[in-house]
Design a protein around this ligand. Structure first.
Ligand SMILES: Cc1cc2nc3c(=O)[nH]c(=O)nc-3n(C[C@H](O)[C@H](O)[C@H](O)COP(=O)(O)O)c2cc1C
Length: 379
């Protein structure tokens, strides 16, 4: 109720759809008077004007908020079930949908609920984390509805097409590198480039001038970025060193190979020996080199760890003079290479560590830019 009332105070046209079960808790008349609009419950009520209501509401909506989102509605949408006004409206709409789960903590922890949440996040649905604390059912745990003011802030932030990077030049590296062994073979890694490209797209949307130095990837290029394609770690290093001076913010996402072949054979190596030894030599550490020369530029690095994530990332941050490390535990499901989602922690120069829940790489990108712009304002 408070969410509807606060939105109305912000002059938002709010239409409430209630499930039958919700009407057991609150009389639709209450929402009608707060929203100043008719409240929709049943699928087959006589409409006031002749329109197919779930379609007209679905098309009219700029944003759909499901608060509180029960385990039931989350499960229904995840399973593609549209058997009442709310699930049908969600299904028929192109608007962003925000779920604000609230339920007994055991229900929220339930693997099926968690799988449904992960599935919907990977499909682009938005979720707020429930709060921990004492719940209506008398138990304590994670499952409480967030504060109405936080729900409103989330909605406003999602809507607010921020142009806070206008005038800023951002240099981003993305993707893997290929280290040649001979003319036909190379050493590489599983980086897809999705995270770096997502940051480039988000920075472009927020008004930045974006230069993207990309390793070999097979994904769509962010429209509007100035792209330099490179193959090897040495090429990436040289390109970064050539471009960094003209930039304000340096975000090093590329998974640059630590080592390259000491000597690259100019002919295809023949399959003659039983054992073959290839000598490797260290590639330049691009983030560390930038740390030495960055001056007041913001430097963000990525770190893929499998153990002692926070300790390793904090050590890297200090030794390489970075402003923030985005650390992902690539051993977790839904994090790291190739996936559309990521689970990251921000290790920040001021000693703060922020853990983000699983979210789309595009959402991680915006969270990174939020931190960067805060640092930029402080400098
Ligand atoms: C008193 C009471 C409180 C409930 N509270 C919740 C709740 O907070 N979250 C939840 O997911 N389900 C809760 N349930 C269970 C839901 O009512 C049930 O799953 C229902 O099918 C949800 O329907 P809906 O999603 O169509 O509103 C509660 C049930 C009762 C009887």
């Amino acid at each position: 109720m408070e969410v509807v009332s606060k939105l109305r105070k912000l002059h938002v046209d709010v239409h409430v759809v209630m499930t039958d079960n919700a009407t057991e808790f609150i009389n639709p008349l209450t929402f009608r008077s707060i929203s100043n609009n008719p409240v929709t419950v049943g699928m087959f009520e006589n409409p006031q004007n002749w329109d197919i209501r779930h379609i007209s509401l679905a098309q009219k909506a700029d944003f759909i908020v499901v608060a509180p989102a029960t385990a039931n509605i989350i499960g229904k949408v995840a399973a593609g079930i549209a058997d009442d006004m709310l699930s049908t409206t969600i299904m028929a709409s192109n608007a962003p949908v925000l779920f604000v789960p609230a339920m007994n903590f055991k229900m929220y922890e339930n693997k099926i609920v968690q799988q449904n949440v992960s599935k919907l996040i990977s499909l682009g649905y938005l979720f707020m984390e429930p709060l921990s604390g004492l719940m209506a059912c008398g138990t304590t745990g994670k499952g409480r509805l967030p504060e109405p003011s936080d729900i409103i802030d989330y909605i406003i932030n999602t809507f607010d097409k921020k142009q806070d990077f206008t005038g800023l030049k951002v240099l981003i590296t993305a993707g893997p590198t290929k280290e040649a062994i001979d003319p036909v073979r190379y050493i590489s890694n599983h980086s897809s480039g999705k995270m770096g490209y997502a940051i480039a797209s988000a920075a472009l949307k927020r008004g930045a001038e974006v230069k993207l130095i990309s390793g070999p990837v097979n994904i769509e290029k962010p429209c509007g970025a100035i792209i330099s394609n490179v193959n090897s770690g040495m090429e990436m290093y040289e390109e970064v060193m050539r471009q960094y001076k003209d930039c304000d913010i340096l975000i090093m996402v590329a998974a640059v190979a630590d080592y390259r072949c000491l000597s690259v054979s100019d002919k295809k190596i023949k399959k003659s020996q039983d054992n073959l030894t290839i000598s490797l030599t260290k590639n330049p550490d691009i983030a560390a080199e930038l740390g030495k020369v960055k001056e007041d530029r913001i430097l963000v690095g990525f770190s893929a760890e499998t153990d002692d994530l926070e300790k390793n990332a904090m050590e890297k941050l200090k030794s390489k003079n970075m402003d923030m490390i985005v650390a992902n535990d690539i051993s977790k499901e839904g994090a790291g290479f190739c996936s559309d989602t990521n689970i990251v922690k921000f290790i920040i120069k001021n000693g703060q560590i922020k853990s983000l829940p699983i979210m789309l790489k595009s959402q991680v990108a915006d969270n990174i830019l939020d931190e960067v712009i805060m640092m930029k304002k402080i400098i």
